[in-house]
Design a binder for this molecule. Structure first.
Ligand code: SF4
Length: 345
C-alpha cells in the first residue's frame, strides 16, 4: 500500500461503474443520471484508454494523480473483474504515470476476503457510502446494511492504514436535522480522514421519485439543506475532519434538469454553504465591532473573495441592509487564512 496521507488535493481520473456490483437498489439512487455514464460494464481496456485520455488533460498540473472507481460498489464486483481493473490501473502506477488508485464501495462488502484481493495493489483511499448511521433510516431507504456494518468496515480498513472517506446524505426519508446530526456524531467518532456530504435529490427513475409523486416523500428545500449542511461542515471542521465535497458534482444531465425531479440540487451547492458561513462570520464581527459608519471594508484571503461576496453579491447586499451601510468593500489579503476574515479598521 502507498503512503496514504497527502495534504494536496489529488488530480482525480474518475472511472464510473454505474450500479456495478450493487446488491440492492437504494431508493434515492440512479447512478446513470448522476454520472451521465451508461450502465454497461466497463472493460479493463476501456479503463486503460480513459486513464490515457485524462493524462493528456493533466498538462503541467503537479498534484498527485489518482484513478478513482466511482458510481458503483467496487468490492461487490466479481473477484476476477476487480483484479483485472486493478491490474490495468496499477500498471500506470508502476510506470509512475499516476500515483495511486481509490474507489468507493458499500460498507457491507468490506471484509477480510475482499481486503485480501486488494491488499497488494497501490490503493490509497477507500470511500464508504454510509448515508446514515440510523438503522431505521437505512432500512427505509433500502440500503440493505446496518450502521454496525460501517463501524466494522472502518475498523478493518483502519487496521490496514487505508485512508478512509465516509459519505453521508442529508434529507433522507425519516431523518430530520437532529437525526442527521447524530449520524454526523457517529461518523466523527469513527475518525475518518475525510467526509463528503450529499443532500438527497429526487432523481428521475428512482424509487424516491415514485414516493415523491405519490406524496409520501417531500424533499428538503435548498435553504434548509444549506443551513443544515453548514452545521455539519462546522461540526467536522471542529473535529479536524476535512469535508472534501458538499453536494453532487455538477453534470450536464443534472444541470439541464433532465435527471432531477425535485429537491435541493444546485451546481454550486458547496459554494453556497461556504458563502453562508462567511455571511455568519461577517455578521458576527461587524455586530461585535458595532459598525456605525456609512462604509465598511472586509478583508479576506484572495481565494475566499467569491465566498464572501455570495452568489450574485448576495452577502454584500444582505450585510449592507443589516448594518445600514452605503457601501461595503471586500478586499483581498493573502496574509489571512482562507477561512477567516477581518474588518478593516
Ligand atoms: S447508492 Fe451505491 S449501493 Fe445504492 S444503488 Fe447506488 S451505487 Fe448501488
Amino acid at each position: 500500500m502507498v503512503n496514504p496521507i497527502s495534504t494536496r488535493r489529488p488530480f482525480i481520473i474518475p472511472i464510473f461503474l454505474p450500479h456495478a456490483g450493487c446488491p440492492h437498489q437504494c431508493v434515492f439512487c440512479n447512478q446513470t443520471s448522476i454520472t451521465g455514464a451508461q450502465r454497461d460494464s466497463v472493460s479493463p481496456e476501456k479503463v486503460e484508454r480513459q486513464i490515457h485520455e485524462f493524462l493528456k488533460y493533466k498538462g503541467n498540473d503537479r498534484r498527485p494523480v489518482q484513478a478513482a472507481f466511482y458510481g458503483g460498489n467496487f468490492l461487490g464486483l466479481e473477484k476476477e473483474y476487480i483484479k483485472r481493473l486493478l491490474d490495468v490501473s496499477a500498471k500506470f502506477v508502476k510506470n509512475k504515470e499516476i500515483d495511486a488508485i481509490r474507489f468507493s464501495t458499500r460498507p457491507d462488502t468490506i471484509d477480510h476476503d475482499r481486503i485480501e484481493i486488494i491488499k497488494n495493489y497501490p490503493i490509497t483511499a477507500v470511500e464508504i457510502g454510509v448515508q446514515s448511521m440510523d438503522d431505521g433510516v437505512l432500512a427505509m431507504v433500502k440500503r440493505g446494511h446496518s450502521a454496525s456494518d460501517t463501524q466494522k468496515a472502518v475498523a478493518l480498513l483502519q487496521d490496514r492504514h487505508y485512508q478512509i472517506g465516509l459519505q453521508m446524505m442529508v434529507g433522507l426519508p425519516e431523518e430530520d436535522e437532529a437525526g442527521s446530526l447524530s449520524t454526523a456524531y457517529r461518523i466523527g467518532e469513527l475518525e475518518p480522514d475525510f467526509v463528503r456530504i450529499y443532500p438527497t435529490i429526487v432523481l428521475k427513475n428512482s424509487l424516491l421519485a415514485r414516493w415523491y409523486e405519490n406524496g409520501t416523500y417531500r424533499p428538503w428545500s435548498l435553504e434548509r439543506s444549506i443551513a443544515h449542511v453548514k452545521t455539519l461542515y462546522l461540526f467536522f471542521k471542529k473535529k479536524n475532519i476535512p469535508v472534501i465535497r458538499m453536494g453532487l458534482q455538477a453534470s450536464e444531465d443534472l444541470d439541464s434538469g433532465a435527471a432531477v425531479l425535485a429537491g435541493p440540487y444546485h451546481p454550486a451547492f458547496g459554494h453556497l454553504v461556504h458563502s453562508e458561513i462567511f455571511l455568519d462570520m461577517a455578521t458576527e464581527i461587524m455586530g461585535h465591532k458595532s459598525v456605525s459608519r456609512d462604509t465598511a471594508t472586509l478583508k479576506v484571503h484572495p481565494k475566499s473573495i467569491s465566498k464572501m461576496r455570495g452568489m450574485k453579491n448576495s452577502n454584500v447586499e444582505t450585510l449592507k441592509r443589516r448594518f445600514r451601510l452605503q457601501s461595503l468593500k471586500i478586499v483581498p489579503d493573502s496574509s489571512l487564512p482562507e477561512d477567516t476574515l477581518a474588518l478593516s479598521p
